[in-house]
Design a protein around this ligand. Structure first.
Ligand SMILES: Nc1ncnc2c1ncn2[C@@H]1O[C@H](COP(=O)(O)OP(=O)(O)OP(=O)(O)O)[C@@H](O)[C@H]1O
Ligand SMILES: [Mg+2]
Length: 134
């Protein structure tokens, strides 16, 4: 995917072998998942690695993890705010108004699911979603 005017190699690891049927609007949930993968691609940078993992221990769960950039601890409380962009977004020359995570959170909460983001600068970010079982 082009970023900062040049191509970058990003590895995508798919660990979603098991189907995890969840209750909800397929179009909206696809929009949310797509956005999280786009964020991972945008913010992992060259030679980054993205892992998408599904689990179902009674509750459908999906995690999207990336490597490298991460988010500073003091910025974590703000990432789901509308229009919030971390300082690192500019460093990465990543475009976007800062609305994506706010929209994803609204979609997941409208489905009575949960969303949590954990991150460490220079290590990476993980977003964990749960949804009601179908
Ligand atoms: N996977 C990630 N790794 C590092 N930083 C992230 C990641 N996802 C989000 N962020 C940080 O959180 C900010 C908010 O994310 P959000 O998706 O809401 O906005 P955006 O991607 O900048 O713009 P938009 O999604 O509206 O196109 C981002 O600008 C970025 O700084
Ligand atoms: Mg985004």
């Amino acid at each position: 995917m082009p970023a900062a005017g040049r191509a970058q190699e990003v590895e995508l690891i798919d660990r979603t072998a098991l189907p995890v049927p969840a209750r909800g609007d397929a179009k909206r949930l696809t929009q949310a998942l797509n956005h999280l993968v786009v964020n991972a691609i945008k913010f992992t940078g060259p030679d980054g690695r993205i892992t998408v993992e599904s689990r179902d221990d009674g509750e459908p769960e999906l995690t999207i993890s990336d490597t490298r950039m991460g988010i500073a601890e003091e910025e974590l409380p703000h990432v789901f705010d509308r229009f919030y962009r971390c300082a690192s977004a500019d460093v990465m020359a990543a475009q976007g108004p800062g609305l994506g995570l706010a929209i994803v959170k609204s979609i997941i909460e409208a489905h009575h699911g949960s969303i949590h983001l954990t991150s460490a600068p220079g290590v990476g970010t993980t977003v964990r979603l749960t949804l009601p079982a179908r």
